[in-house]
Design a protein around this ligand. Structure first.
Ligand SMILES: *Cc1c(COP(=O)(O)O)cnc(C)c1O
Length: 360
């Protein structure tokens, strides 16, 4: 096996997709499966589709173009607000864009008209997380401008919390979306069919039966890919975790003191390192580093292995507790948090190894 590698359990991901979809469906909610955390990996996208997902979401147009080029004909949602320079491609490859700027909607309208197409838009509302979206008070004015623009299909309104400000989805901030919908529908005599309530973090409200009736769409990535909900600090019950793990090879294994010898300057990242003296320790160097992965997002799958640190190309672990169990050439495997998964899936130095079988 070529390493470093990310081991991807497609069957587990497929099962997660199926369960998320089933839970949402039971609450009258359609799901866009979000693939960006796996850097738009095609096999991962296919696992979502096998799990019954019919709408794919990604933040990068490049990934979306690949989905289309490999023959996906279903609905695609662009999750990051479109850049003005990409609107023609957005019209060509994407069905629905999330929007919050007049200039962008105007450009989409012009490009869609030129291509003789209708482009779906969901107007984003910022209910407090301070990432994308109009503030609630700005919405009516925005609608009054875009409502008559050609080439567009006004699908509805949506919100995103939990990603930037760490704001938790609540009944209150989700209900706000429904109040705004009612106001806009009566003021402009339109039907807003899609009320897109949020991402993985909002599935907790759904499970607790606290999601206001009327929210009918969620965009779920982390939950399907990782089986976790980091915003609410939980593992999602019934879902598979550790669907992405990192495998790296031991290239040096030696007993060394735990404190460096010599005058201490700055490390390769400009920090002055601190080391507690724990005597002589058995340490391994693995052939993977900061260029490939977010080190603080790694946890050893095996107990008794402690990550000490890393430089660009070397990860250093302490495996004193496991005595003589390992030798040079052996592999260690690590659990990845969302950020670490994102990094390894994006690194061209990490091989991808697909497992079709469930882990258990
Ligand atoms: C990334 C993203 C999602 C998916 O978020 P998860 O937490 O992975 O479920 C949903 N909506 C938008 C706008 C996003 O950018």
């Amino acid at each position: 096996m070529q390493t470093p590698a990310v081991r991807i359990n497609l069957r587990n991901i497929e099962e997660n997709a199926r369960l998320i979809r089933k839970r949402c469906q039971a609450g009258g909610i359609s799901v866009t499966g979000v693939v960006k955390g796996a850097a738009g990996d095609l096999k991962v996208a296919e696992a979502l589709l096998r799990g019954g997902i019919t709408s794919l979401g990604d933040s990068r147009l490049k990934n979306i173009i690949t989905f289309r080029q490999t023959g996906f004909k279903g609905e695609i949602v662009l999750l990051r607000l479109p850049q003005l320079a990409e609107v023609e491609k957005v019209i060509e490859y994407v069905d629905i864009s999330l929007v919050s700027e007049l200039a962008t909607v105007k450009a989409l309208s012009l490009a869609a008209t030129k291509a003789a197409k209708k482009h779906g838009i969901i107007v984003m509302v910022d209910v407090g997380d301070l990432r994308e979206g109009l503030l609630p008070g700005e919405l009516a004015d925005f609608f009054s401008k875009i409502i008559s623009w050609p080439g567009l299909e006004l699908k509805g309104i949506g919100t995103n919390v939990g990603c930037y400000g760490g704001v938790l989805p609540t009944r209150e901030n989700t209900e706000l979306l429904l109040k705004l919908k009612a106001r806009l529908e009566s003021k402009f005599a339109v039907k807003l069919g899609t009320i897109s309530g949020g991402n993985t973090a909002t599935t907790l409200l759904l499970e607790d039966l606290k999601l206001p009736v009327g929210i009918n769409h969620l965009r779920v990535g982390e939950g399907i890919l990782q089986g976790t909900d980091i915003t609410n600090q939980r593992i999602i019950k019934g879902l598979n975790q550790d669907n992405f793990t990192l495998v790296a090879e031991i290239i040096e294994l030696k007993d060394k003191p735990s404190v460096p010898q010599g005058e201490i300057g700055h490390d390769a990242f400009g920090k002055i390192p601190q080391f507690p003296d724990r005597g002589t320790r058995r340490r391994a160097i693995l052939a993977v580093g900061r260029q490939d992965v977010k080190i603080d997002g790694l946890t050893s799958l095996r107990q008794g292995i402690e990550i000490l640190g890393a430089s660009s190309d070397h990860l250093i672990v302490d495996l004193t507790e496991l005595g003589g169990e390992y030798q040079v050439g052996d592999h260690l495997e690590f659990r990845l948090d969302y950020g670490a998964m994102l990094a390894v899936m994006t690194s061209p130095y990490i091989e991808k190894q697909y497992l079709e079988e469930p882990a258990d």
